[in-house]
Ligand binder design. Structure first.
Ligand code: C2E
Ligand code: CA
Ligand code: CA
Length: 750
């Protein structure tokens, strides 16, 4: 071994064997970068050999200056540095490394074993010290210790960097979560809230940390919130997706509010324990969870809910909601032994508006009607739209029938004043059927159905009124469906009859003709009035078959009376809109007259204004054709529709039939009704015949005679009677005396 301590690799010796021994051990970090510094080439070389043998690679620097040059552009993990070198020596290199803060472990390899030199070197940051002449094993071991240290440090650095990253990441994830993330301590106070709270609820984190959760919960939801925020369970058993309302200072479109408002949130919660395996009271730390904004979803749900339970046009509750409320009201009424009322309301002239002025007008009218109806109700009452022009009212707090009468009258009153829409003056009016709990039923089903049946009775009896359901009605027909079935059956079985009511000349008292009125001879119910089955017949279209039957029967009866020489009487028949709308109407009607052998001049059609208004372009040509054939045409129930004079003039009519409500208004005290005077004047002006219906007493008869009304029909003369009785009437012609008596009376008073 030389003085400098380098190993002579050419001669095998102790160092060699030691090296071989060293080779058995795994080299440390062969990828590390090493720098060997010595001013003596042979020493440098032998150091290099030693390192290489061990499997390392290294750069070499011959002297201090070279070492500085290399250090300037490359990083070295470990440097083996000779201290004593000419020019730039080992201390200078150490200084440089310290100054530059290079991360390089320096092992000083030097013969300068003086304490001060080594001390100075270590002081200047050298990692360790190996004395020359060195022992190969010791040198390698020292070097590898340095390398291991390097490796550990770099691993630590890496880990620290990674930890830092992941902490940042988690913080980022938590804070940018669309959900609010919170943690409560075991007392229910916030210990953590992420940034989301600010944009979600408008509170700052600082404001809430340390506060109890209840300060954030809407008062109505405190109980539900207690279940959530006190969650101690974990995992699958913990609270998930509980919906409660929290306070928020965020308004629509993110505007900051001055007052709290409640917003729908979905919460999760789970207990946190200091030891996950020991979920005991002692280990319970608090609760952790998320809060998600579900206000949009809630809004959508509410909208869907609204649509499912409301009518979209009027925004009133629909059938389903009414049923719900009714069933609840029944339960309460039963418990409190109270009454309740259900009203079924059908508009009388809605279809006319819809057909003549269009659907959008119809819609606007319905909305206006809904508003007026609503204004008649009290809190707690429910007004629902059942579809079309049908409304249902639930009055859960009524004491007597009189209460209901008051409300019904109020509704009719309000609906009777005209609606002004788009410059049109529209008259509707309504028919109201009423059923009361418990008399008229004790289930939603029966109460609604019976109110409906009662409503149909109002419709049948001239409309625009109200009626309570009575058991008799129920005995008549339990449902519209059975009625329809039985009516169809009755038509086929020949159960329909035609009755005749005389129309009498008010000048002579002689019978001028008859109105044909249908009756139904029901096998078990007896004689059924048209009011009880025509509404359903109209609804189902059976009315056309009924009309045609009545016309066939009436024409052949009248033809028979003519042939029997009983007088040249005419026959009035009622037409329905459906029959008139038939394309083949004229042909069929003419066919019926021909079959019976009846002259068209003996026939009079009775049409209501409502029917005339349906589809004028189609109806007018048909009526003109009938008129051309000699058939007479009367407007029935005249004065109840709202046809104007200009409308009427377009129709080829011959007669006005004054509605019985006006006749009914004639009373002894004030003599006349101005409407009748107006109709009489109008008939004169248009050169039309006049007939008054519903004449029941002498006062009315006298007044009509005095006004110059030419014909009358009513109970004062006769009710409608079967064909067999007509012959007897025609033979005796019994009203002449009565009419003449009143005629002289009226002449005397006028
Ligand atoms: P309408 O055409 O106005 O017929 C007159 C109704 O007034 C008849 O009722 C008749 O009995 C009743 N009446 C007659 N005089 C008096 C009176 O002095 N006082 C009172 N309070 N009432 C009187 P009815 O027979 O029950 O017919 C009711 C309605 O049924 C008729 O009203 C008519 O619109 C319809 N109708 C009857 N038969 C037919 C038919 O064959 N076809 C069609 N389409 N409708 C019919
Ligand atoms: Ca009639
Ligand atoms: Ca009439």
């Amino acid at each position: 071994m030389s003085e400098s301590g380098a190993i002579d690799f050419s001669s095998p010796g102790e160092s060699y064997s030691k090296l071989h021994h060293l080779e058995d051990r795994e080299p440390v970090l062969t990828g590390a970068s090493l720098l060997l510094v010595d001013d003596k080439p042979e020493l440098l070389n032998s150091l290099y050999q030693l390192i290489s043998l061990r499997g390392y690679r290294a750069d070499t620097a011959l002297g201090g200056q070279q070492a500085l040059n290399l250090l300037a552009d490359k990083h070295y993990d470990v440097m083996l540095l000779d201290l004593i070198m000419p020019g730039v020596n080992g201390h200078d290199v150490l200084d440089y490394v310290a100054k530059q803060k290079l991360d390089c472990k320096i092992i000083v390899v030097s013969g300068d074993a003086s304490f001060s030199g080594v001390k100075h070197a270590l002081h200047c940051g050298a990692f360790d010290f190996v004395k020359k002449p060195y022992e190969a094993g010791e040198l390698v071991a020292t070097m590898e210790t340095a390398l291991r240290q390097c490796h550990l440090e770099s691993q630590n650095r890496h880990m620290a960097a990674q930890l830092d990253e992941s902490e940042k990441l988690h913080r980022f994830i938590v804070n940018s979560s669309p959900d609010l993330v919170y943690m409560l301590d075991r007392n229910g106070c916030f210990t953590f809230i992420n940034d989301r709270v600010e944009s979600l609820l408008g509170f700052s984190k600082e404001e809430l940390i340390g506060k109890h959760y209840s300060e954030l919960v809407h008062e109505n939801h405190l109980e539900a919130a207690n279940n959530v925020f006190n969650e101690r369970r974990t995992g699958d058993r913990a609270v998930a997706n509980r919906e409660i309302r929290l306070k928020s200072r965020i308004g629509l479109k993110g505007a900051q509010l001055f007052h709290d408002q409640a917003v729908w949130m979905e919460l999760t919660a789970e207990g946190v324990y200091s030891d996950p395996n020991e979920r005991t009271r002692d280990h319970f730390l608090g609760t952790i969870g998320t809060v998600r904004d579900i206000s949009e979803r809630k809004e959508a749900e509410e909208k869907i809910n609204f649509q499912a339970y409301h009518d979209l046009l009027t925004h009133l509750p629909n059938r389903a909601l009414l049923r719900d409320r009714l069933s609840l009201a029944i339960t309460q009424a039963r418990r409190n032994k109270r009454k309740l009322a259900v009203m079924f309301l059908d508009l009388d002239r809605f279809k006319l508006v819809n057909d003549t002025l269009g659907h959008s007008m119809g819609d606007r009218l319905l909305k206006a009607v809904a508003n007026r109806l609503q204004s008649c109700l009290r809190r707690g009452d429910t007004l629902a739209r059942f579809g079309g022009d049908e409304f249902t009212l639930l009055l859960p707090e009524v004491r007597t029938r009189d209460d209901v009468v008051v409300i019904s009258s109020k509704i009719l009153d309000r609906l009777n004043s005209p609606f002004i829409i788009d410059g049109h003056e529209l008259f509707v009016g309504a028919s109201i059927g009423i059923s009361m709990y418990p008399e008229a039923g004790d289930s939603e089903e029966t109460l609604i159905q019976n109110a409906d049946i009662a409503m149909y009775h109002v419709k049948g009896r001239g409309k625009n009124g109200y009626q309570f359901f009575s058991d008799e009605m129920n005995h008549q027909f339990s449902t519209r469906l059975t009625l329809e079935r039985e009516l169809r059956n009755g038509l086929n079985q020949g159960e329909l009859r035609v009755y005749y009511q005389p129309q009498v000349s008010l000048a002579t008292g002689r019978i001028r003709g008859f109105e044909a009125l249908v009756r139904w001879q029901h096998p078990s119910r007896g004689l059924v009035e048209p009011a009880d089955f025509l509404p359903v017949a109209e609804e189902t279209g059976l009315i056309t078959q009924i009309d045609e039957f009545v016309q066939r029967q009436a024409f052949s009866d009248v033809a028979e009376w003519h042939q029997a020489g009983l007088g040249d009487v005419h026959i009035s028949v009622n037409l329905s809109a459906t029959q008139l709308e038939q394309e083949s109407f004229v042909d069929r009607f003419v066919g019926t007259m021909e079959t019976a052998g009846l002259e068209p001049t003996s026939v009079k059609l009775e049409l209501t204004e409502n029917i005339l208004m349906q589809d004028m372009e189609v109806i007018i040509p048909k009526l003109k054709e009938m008129r051309r054939l000699g058939v007479n045409i009367a407007i029935d129930d005249f004065g109840t529709g709202y046809s104007s004079l200009s409308y009427l003039q377009q129709f080829p009519i011959t007669t006005l039939k004054i509605d019985r409500t006006f006749v009914c208004d004639i009373r002894a005290e004030h003599g006349g009704a101005s409407i009748i005077n107006a109709i009489v004047a109008m008939a004169r002006g248009l050169n039309l015949d006049l007939i008054a219906e519903g004449v029941e007493n002498r006062t009315q008869l006298r007044y009509l005679q005095a006004q110059g009304c030419s014909e009358g029909q009513g109970f004062i003369f006769s009710r409608a009677v079967p064909a067999a009785e007509v012959k007897e009437l025609l033979r005796s012609d019994p009203y002449q005396k009565l009419v003449r008596e009143e005629q002289t009376e009226s002449a005397a008073t006028v």
